[in-house]
Structure formats: structure tokens, C-alpha cells
Design a protein around this ligand. Structure first.
Ligand code: MSP
Length: 637
């Protein structure tokens, strides 16, 4: 669904300030933020709206329980939500609160107009009501035990005089619109769900309440308050100044209402029906993404042990970019996925620390070492394939972003990062340096540095600190966001001669075992543990090392204490059980293979920071070493 518009208006749902926001809410907002940042980078006139949904019985009761007036109860929660978005660098352009006058007045105007034109009429309603959903249910929609199907809490009988919206009148026109516009409801499975729901026939919708008072009064009958969902949905238009505000003319219709699948019908049926009644154009796309689940259950609910994952704690632990990256990368966008902190750490270790972090670290280290710290001139040798790979990855990222396939867009970027890392291994700049091939050395190091810079631009919609840090380390003073997509993705933009500034590694690795206990045992237990996946293999950090020193350990006749070099990766002390097979002096200078990410252990009082690989052949123990000498620190795959 290519968007050829020069404008991009994206919304998140407006959040209830009664439940504490958790990582699931964060998911919607981070995804919307990535899309907004992407379109902004591409130079499109972008507007990103979020906010809070502050009316309804649920909030009235929560405030009463706290002994406060509703607004006094809500204000600090809204401030907390805004602080959460600030910590996540959510780049919204406007934040609407449904308790603001600008919203209330316009909702009343909408209600009045629908009443005046006969689309709202007075009737009475009896039904089973869930206060958490603020919605009525029919008997057969209820979960077992007569519980709300969403919240699994008891529903209540409500009987009240009510105004009704003629939803039934708009089923047919809406169906025709959905049929004619395949992108209107996405993904496809949700589109089908919406169409079959409409085909069953739509009933008129009760759109006012008299059973509580915390809401926007019906302008011509103030003992009624406007149904909270009508109030809430209207925010997408009122925030722009509907019907005649300048922003409204500039940005309506919305390009994308990004929502979770639980609120699909409100957005894909009720809201469009209201817009049809108002004679306004419909949004281009309502996208219902999946849920992040814990142990197969929804977050924050009793079934899932009431687990609420606080995004702020995660940011404190792992940094904002690790959290944002995990959210967009882990789950195929649209589908449900399971949340686990351990999976977040694995992503952090493998994708961010190992792949991206290492690329930047190795590149800047080699430029420092072989090129006096200045970005070398590539002109003396033919180009590598990286420019081509980068152009191809860019094209794929763009295609995926236009289709809201965020996880695929991010995955594509890793093809460039992976290819750049591989090029370093293949071209072996340390060998080029040793041979004095400065022309090829300059080319290879320039191209990998440029690939890292290019990846930084591609990552700029998703990550908020790392692209800037990569630019800084490469000694490029340009503002990556201000330069924009087109300029940033011009291959060869990195200036020759820039002074690289290697800082700390971009992402420190987290020790999984220390963090989560005995993860291996938990995961591989059971009869099916005989094969491992490539991802599991990828968790091993195997490195070639050079043995610098070797000595016996007193009182331990099988053990040697070795000092090994990982090149740029520093030095380690390792204890190896090979004393009966090798004399210390014959080991010094040799290369071997180290399991570099093994949790350090004390063996006979001596710390061992990793393990050397050796083959066991009967009584013989033979150390593994590369068939040809390679740069210490090289990865073994
Ligand atoms: N206030 C209404 C929305 C009104 S929009 C006109 C509401 N608020 S909410 O705070 O309950 O939820 C906001 C969004 O968070 C929804 O899109 C919902 O789907 C999403 N999520 C809440 N929990 C979630 C997960 N566990 N996983 C993914 N998204 C989740 O609904």
C-alpha cells in the first residue's frame, strides 16, 4: 500500500489513565513513533497525535475510591504518562486530553449536529455492561461465568434512558467502502473480521449515559453524558480543530490509526460510521496490531498473574534504544507475540552488542590503529559490494515501512550490518596493513565505516540515541535527523579525513545467567533438547585468541593458567585442563579458540574468563586452532 502522500498523520489510541501503562501500551506508541520519525525523515509533513481518554464510570469510581475529584485524581497520572513518553523519546506533535475544553466543545458540536440531522435519537437501553470496556455485551458475547470477554470481570445490568446513534444505517455504505479500499483495515485478518461483523447486521448504538456524571454533557439534555467511546474516538478530529481548524484542513483524513486489536471494532466500524454521518472523509488505514502476551495471557490481568511490566524499569536497566529495538524487532507486526525480558536481553546481546556494536567498535579501532584515527580515502582501490548492499537494503526498508512491516524493516537493516562485519572478516584489514596494501586498506575501512553510518540513518526511525552516537564515533558532525533520509542515504557522504572518536561500546553485553539464573537448564530440559537452533549456536561467542603466557598452577597437575589476547578485545586469563598434554612453553605464541562469553568461574582459586576448545580423542586432548593465523579476536562461526 504505497503512500504517495506528502503528508502523514498518525495516531495512537488515547490511553486510559486508570490502569498503569505497561510494556503493551508502550508497544503501540513506540511503533507509531517509529513511523512518524520515518515519514519526518523522508521530509513529509508529519503529525503524530497521542493523548489520554479521561472520562467514564471507571475513572469516576477510581477517583471516588481515592477520595478525590476526578481531575485531581487524573492529573498526576497523566503527568506520569507524559514522563514515560519523554523517557521513550516519543516524538508526538500533540497530546490531547479529553478533559480539555478544545475537545469537549467540539464533541458537543458533533453530537448536536448528528442529533439535528436525525442520526441520533432518544430511546432506552437495558443490557449487560462492562465498566472497564465502557460497553454493553449480549449474553452470547460473554465469557464463561458471565464475564466480560476482554477483562474477564463480572458485567453489570444497566437500564437507562439513552440516545442512540443510527449505526445500522451505515453498515452498507461502510461495507462498500471497505470492499473498495483493501488498505482501509489492516492486516487482512482484521479486515475479514470487520467485514463479517458488519455483514451480520449492525444495531444502533447507545451513545449516552445517565448512570454516572463524569463525562461530556449532552448539550441539549445535560442529565446525559456522552458515551465515552464517542467522546474518545472524536479526539482524532477534535485535536486538529475539527471542523474548520487549519490543522484539520492540513491533516485530515488520518493516514493511520494505529491501535491494538481489542479496539478494532470501535475504530473500523463506529468511528468511520460517525465520519460518514458527518460527511467527512474516512482515514486511509486502521491498523490493528497484535498483543504482547506474558505466559500466553494478557498483561496486567489476573490470569497472567497480574504481571505488569513497567517500561521505566526496563529503560533503567537496558537503555531506551534496547527497549525500543526489542519492541519493533521481536514480534511480526500485526501478530500476537510473547514478551519476555530474557528475549529482550538476547536481542540486546546478539543484534545490538554483537552485530551493530561490534561493527562500530572494530571499524573505529582499526581506523585508529591503521589510519592514524582519520577516515581513510577509498579512492585508490575498487569499491566493495557494500554500496550495492546498502542501496538494496534501503529499498527494502522503504517497502516494509510503507506497509507497516516494522519488524521486517529492522531485520533488513541487519543484512547491511551483517555484510559489513563479514567484509571485515574476509578482507582482513590487519593483513592488508601488514602487507602494506594501503589502497585496499583505505577502501575496506572507508566502506565499512560508511556502511555503519548508512545503517545509522536507516535506524534513525527506530533508535533515538544510537544513530547520533555512531555519527559521533565516526567523527561526522552532521545532525543525522536534520539531514534527512535522502541526503543521509547518499552513499559516500562520510567525509574522508574525519577524526574518529571511539567511545565506550555502544551496547554493553548483559550476562544472561547472572540476570536470569540458570537459563540453559530451564530451556533445554526435556527430551527434545538434542538439536539446537542456529540462534542458540549464535549465542556462543567463539573467538580466536593468541596465547601470550602459560604457567602451571601449584597443586593442580592437570591445569594451566593461560593469558590470551583477543586483539582489540583485550586480554583474558583462562584456566585450561591441558597440563598433561602440553608444556607451557610450547603453547606461547599459538592460536586457539576461546568461548568468550562463558560466565567467569574460579577454578582452584584462579579466575577463568572463558574456556579454550579442545578435541578429546581417547586419552589425547588436542587444542583447536585456526588452520591459518588470523587476527586475534576474530569470530568463529
Ligand atoms: N482508551 C482506549 C482507547 C481509546 S482510542 C479512541 C483504550 N485505552 S487503553 O489504555 O486501554 O489501551 C490503549 C492501547 O494499548 C490499545 O491499542 C491496546 O490495544 C494497547 N494495549 C494494551 N495492552 C496491550 C498489550 N498487552 N499488547 C499490545 N497492545 C496493548 O483502549
Amino acid at each position: 500500500m504505497p503512500l504517495h502522500r506528502e503528508r502523514f498523520y498518525v495516531t495512537t489510541p488515547i490511553y486510559y489513565p486508570n490502569d498503569k501503562l505497561h510494556i503493551g501500551h508502550t508497544y503501540t506508541t513506540v511503533a507509531a513513533d517509529a513511523l512518524a520519525r520515518y515519514h519526518r525523515l523522508r521530509g513529509r509533513d508529519t503529525w503524530f497525535l497521542t493523548g489520554t481518554d479521561e472520562h467514564g464510570l471507571n475513572l469516576q469510581r477510581a477517583a471516588a475510591r481515592a477520595g478525590k475529584e476526578p481531575l485531581a485524581y487524573i492529573d498526576p497520572i497523566v503527568a506520569w504518562i507524559q514522563q514515560l513518553w519523554a523517557r521513550l523519546h516519543i516524538s508526538y506533535d500533540d497530546f490531547i486530553r479529553t478533559t480539555e475544553d478544545r475537545h469537549k466543545q467540539r464533541v458537543q458540536a458533533i453530537f448536536q449536529r448528528l442529533y439535528d440531522q436525525g442520526d441520533i435519537y432518544k430511546g432506552s437501553y437495558r443490557g449487560l455492561y462492562c465498566v472497564r470496556c465502557e460497553a454493553y455485551y449480549t449474553e452470547d458475547e460473554l465469557a464463561e461465568g458471565r464475564l466480560c470477554p476482554i477483562h474477564e470481570q463480572p458485567v453489570e445490568w444497566l437500564e437507562e434512558e439513552s440516545y442512540f446513534f443510527r449505526l445500522s444505517k451505515y453498515g452498507e455504505p461502510l461495507l462498500r467502502h471497505i470492499e473498495a479500499n483493501p488498505d482501509f483495515v489492516r492486516p487482512e485478518s482484521r479486515r475479514n473480521e470487520v467485514m463479517s461483523f458488519i455483514r451480520q447486521g449492525l444495531e444502533d448504538l447507545s451513545v449516552s449515559r445517565t448512570s454516572f456524571s463524569w463525562g461530556i454533557p449532552v448539550p441539549f439534555d445535560p442529565k446525559h453524558v456522552i458515551y465515552v467511546w464517542i467522546d474518545a474516538l472524536a479526539n482524532y478530529a477534535t485535536a486538529l480543530g475539527y471542523p474548520d481548524g487549519e490543522q484539520y484542513r492540513r491533516f485530515w483524513p488520518a493516514d493511520l490509526h494505529l491501535i491494538g486489536k481489542d479496539i478494532l471494532r470501535f475504530h473500523a466500524i463506529i468511528w468511520p460510521a460517525i465520519l460518514l454521518a458527518l460527511g467527512e472523509p474516512l482515514p486511509h488505514c486502521v491498523y490493528g496490531h497484535g498483543w504482547l502476551l506474558i505466559d500466553g495471557g494478557k498483561m496486567g490481568k489476573s490470569r497472567a498473574g497480574g504481571q505488569v511490566i513497567d517500561p521505566l524499569t526496563l529503560i533503567d536497566r537496558y537503555g531506551v534504544d534496547a527497549v525500543r529495538y526489542y519492541l519493533v524487532r521481536e514480534v511480526p507486526f500485526g501478530a500476537d507475540g510473547s514478551y519476555s525480558e530474557e528475549a529482550l536481553v538476547r536481542r540486546l546481546n546478539s543484534d545490538l552488542a554483537n552485530d551493530l556494536g561490534n561493527l562500530v567498535w572494530r571499524t573505529t579501532a582499526m581506523i585508529e590503529r591503521f589510519c592514524g584515527g582519520r577516515v581513510p580515502d577509498p579512492a585508490g582501490a575498487p569499491a566493495t559490494d557494500l554500496a550495492q548492499v546498502a542501496a538494496d537494503v534501503r529499498r527494502r526498508v522503504e517497502q516494509h515501512m510503507e506497509r507497516f512491516e516494522l519488524n521486517l524493516a529492522v531485520t533488513a537493516i541487519w543484512d547491511l550490518i551483517g555484510r559489513a562485519n563479514k567484509l571485515i572478516d574476509e578482507a582482513a584489514p590487519w593483513e592488508l596493513n601488514r602487507r602494506g596494501d594501503t589502497a585496499r586498506l583505505g577502501r575496506v575501512l572507508y566502506d565499512v565505516a560508511e556502511a555503519a553510518r548508512y545503517a545509522a540513518v536507516l535506524l534513525a526511525p527506530f533508535l533515538v540515541e544510537t544513530p547520533e552516537r555512531i555519527y559521533e564515533e565516526l567523527g561526522f558532525a552532521e545532525d543525522v535527523r536534520r539531514a534527512g533520509w535522502e541526503a543521509g542515504l547518499t552513499w559516500g557522504r562520510l567525509p574522508v579525513g574525519g577524526q574518529v572518536r571511539r567511545g565506550e561500546p555502544l551496547f554493553p553485553r548483559i550476562d544472561l545467567e547472572e540476570q536470569f539464573g540458570d537459563v540453559e537448564a530451564g530451556e533445554t530440559a526435556g527430551p527434545a533438547a538434542e538439536t539446537i537452533s542456529i540462534d542458540e549456536f549464535g549465542r556462543l561467542d567463539l573467538r580466536v585468541v593468541r596465547i601470550l603466557e602459560a604457567a602451571r598452577i601449584q597443586g593442580a597437575d592437570r591445569l594451566l593458567r593461560l593469558k590470551v589476547s583477543l586483539g582489540e578485545g583485550g586480554e583474558r586469563q583462562v584456566v585450561a585442563g591441558i597440563a598433561q598434554h602440553y608444556r607451557p612453553e610450547e603453547l606461547v605464541g599459538r592460536q586457539a579458540v576461546l568461548v568468550a562469553n562463558l560466565k567467569p568461574a574460579r577454578i582452584r582459586g584462579v579466575e577463568s574468563q572463558g574456556m579454550l576448545l579442545a578435541a578429546e580423542d581417547g586419552d589425547r586432548i588436542v587444542l583447536l586452532s585456526p588452520e591459518q593465523a588470523v587476527n586475534p579476536g576474530s569470530k568463529v562461526r
